[in-house]
Ligand binder design. Structure first.
Ligand SMILES: [Zn+2]
Length: 285
């Protein structure tokens, strides 16, 4: 499976589109993502963070992925932000074809060691693996602070360090910090495109932009032009899900879940469709 995933990233890199990675923790969100991808003929990554897969179930995520793949094979299940070797082992053994080892909170040399350990296990099992260098701050929610007060230069990815990091660890792709952050903040994120350009030149690797919620369409397009191959979207789907659910509960006529939940998947789908168009992933299957 790893080589098929690498082929898709290569195609994205050559043709100038980015694969959208959308997180889910409920079946309604998952359905919304798949419906949008199918409609627009887009390859898509469905992702779960540690918290999300604890809630949905790790084996259950893999089971749903296998069911979906039979109807729509252009889907990749990905374990987002996995912080320990134990958890990497758990998701690889469960059948995730793609994983993200996030050692960005570790000291640099420690991050290299732990990432290498995760890479060796993933590759031995034919699994694609993303590493992370530079700290991507915040959780996937709305924040009261201004991002510019929090994001200091030392949190951003250093291009020459990134080159060394990918060489020593052997990761398939790299999540970078160029002014992006998780969640939605009081101010708009200001991306450091010069830094992105240098990281791409130095590493020649597939690059990942986390914290896509809150970034403008123009900044997304420019990021893709400069070498971003995968973009993660979570917070906007969570907000869409919550609003559609609250509205459904307020307007319900009875307690039938499929009635008050009926607009949840279409609302999530709309957000996914908008991003697929911006990332130019439509008609790429
Ligand atoms: Zn992330």
């Amino acid at each position: 499976m790893r080589h098929q995933i690498i082929s898709l990233y290569k195609k994205a890199d050559m043709k100038g589109f980015a694969i959208g990675a959308f997180n889910f923790s409920t079946n309604e969100i998952l359905k919304g993502i798949i419906t949008a991808a199918q409609k627009l003929k887009a390859p898509v990554i469905i992702a779960t963070s540690e918290g999300e897969r604890n809630f949905f179930g790790c084996d259950e995520s893999v089971a749903m992925y296998n069911v979906i793949k039979k109807k729509y094979p252009y889907v990749i299940l990905h374990a987002d932000h996995t912080h320990s070797f134990q958890e990497i082992k758990k998701v690889v053994d469960a059948g995730y074809p793609s994983v993200h080892f996030d050692g960005s909170k570790l000291q640099y040399r420690h991050n290299i060691r732990e990432t290498k350990r995760a890479v060796d296990y993933a590759h031995a099992n034919n699994v694609f693996i993303e590493g992370e260098l530079g700290s991507i701050t915040g959780g996937s929610t709305t924040h009261k602070e201004k991002l510019k007060d929090i994001l200091t230069d030392d949190l951003l990815t250093n291009p020459s360090q990134a080159k060394e990091f990918v060489e020593l660890t052997g990761v398939d792709s790299l999540a970078i910090s160029i002014g992006n952050a998780h969640g939605i903040w009081k101010d708009k994120p200001k991306l450091d495109f010069e830094r992105l350009k240098q990281i791409k030149e130095q590493t020649g690797k597939f690059l990942v932009l986390h914290g896509g919620s809150g970034i403008s369409a123009n900044d997304f397009r420019k990021s893709v032009e400069l070498g971003i191959n995968k973009i993660n979207i979570n917070t906007e789907l969570r907000i869409a899900f919550a609003h559609a659910l609250i509205k459904g509960l307020h307007t319900r006529e009875d307690y039938t879940p499929y009635k008050y939940l009926k607009n949840v998947s279409p609302t999530v789908s709309k957000i996914v469709e908008e991003h697929i168009i911006i990332f130019k992933t439509n008609n790429k299957i």
